[in-house]
Design a protein around this ligand. Sequence first.
Ligand code: MG
Length: 251
Amino acid sequence: MIELKTPAEIERMRQAGRVVAELLEALSAMLKPGLRTKDLDEAARAFIKSHGAKPAFLGYRGFPACVCVSVNEEVVHGIPGDRQLRAGDLVSLDAGAVVEGFYADAAVTRWVGSVPAASQRLVETTRQALEEGIAQAVEGKRLADISQAVQRVIESAGFGIVREFVGHGIGRALHEDPPIPNFVPVGVNPRLRAGMVLAIEPMVTMGRHEVEVLSDGWTAVTKDRSLAAHWEHTVAVTSRAPDILTQLPDA
Ligand code: MG
């Protein structure tokens, strides 16, 4: 069942989303060679707390950190640790925050120093797929309209679409109904209604689309170890324009 949120609930999610958006900007500004991925987690922990929110990921099914930091062939759910970033790394930062019991979730992919044009195209295509997907998140459309828009951008660029992980509804919990695949699904295809809040998150690979989870139980990597990118926003469906809750007001 897809739970509809009231305007007051969406405002709480916007507060959480604002914290996430500012956090991702702050973490992006820290990226440089030599930085340990756990430095990002420590900064995130302090940032979320000082902004009156709670980290959404810490302790979620036992996840040990406030942010997921996924480098290069890591697609999602990378655990921050002693790894030091190097020039040329692609870094996905995924974070969630909770305000008064309501969640927001977003991710960006950045790079350290300079990367080849093909890597930049992977990141930009993923971001473009997210934008096209978000544009479909209006009342009267159907869920598969989002999936189809995302899929079209990725496939026309010749990249791979991760199947094993998908977007999700969000609200009182980090993951709610509906699942939001980045490809047109078979089966139920609900009509979008004002008050639905959706975390749309294309996960895109430069090579084949298959992923596997490492022995830490979390880190998902491409099976062929090709590069991956990930962008995500939490979006409220309205009868007019999509309302992006994890975006800074001036963005
Ligand atoms: Mg998510």
